[in-house]
Design a protein around this ligand. Structure first.
Ligand SMILES: [Cu+2]
Length: 158
């Protein structure tokens, strides 16, 4: 009986320790989607991803109800040719950040369910390896002049 009551007394402490457990925390800033020309089916999204937690974060994929398909892409240049491939995992150490930017890593958003215009907010969900779902939004914006010519210009002719 005495052992039992000691056990119960310890329980709240264990729970408290559980809540304080180390975890990764993905923070998304400067999130924007390049304003597409009318009828475009492939859009690119850019942002800064930072891990503000004290454990590693693995971003596995992205989802958006505004598009039929969404994924993480990476642009690689091989023999002067710019190609894109899907990123199936993006790891961020505690404190680390990565910039998704033109000609680099980006969100690939395909087949918008309705027209997307500058100023719109698009809900995007990041799915993490530990099961976390990070809900955020991207703002549709016209690209800055210096970023107008990059690997994504060829998408628009598809
Ligand atoms: Cu892409």
């Amino acid at each position: 009986m005495r052992l039992l009551s000691t056990g119960f007394a310890a329980l709240p402490l264990l729970l408290a320790a559980g809540f304080a457990q180390a975890a990764g925390r993905l923070v998304v800033t400067d999130a924007w989607i390049r304003e597409p020309p009318p009828g475009a089916t492939m859009l690119a999204g850019y942002a800064t991803l930072k891990n503000d937690g004290d454990e590693a974060v693995s971003v596995l994929t992205v989802q958006s109800d505004a598009f039929r398909m969404a994924s993480l892409h990476e642009t690689v240049v091989a023999e002067g040719m710019s190609k894109m491939r899907e990123l199936h995992r993006l790891d961020l150490a505690p404190g680390a950040s990565v910039e998704l930017k033109p000609a680099g890593k980006h969100l690939m958003l395909m087949h918008p369910r309705s027209e997307v215009h500058a100023g719109d907010r698009v809900d995007v969900r990041f799915l993490l390896g530990d099961g976390q779902r990070v809900e955020t939004y991207f703002v549709v914006a016209a690209p800055a002049a210096e970023a107008a010519e990059d690997d994504h210009s060829h998408h628009h002719s598809h």
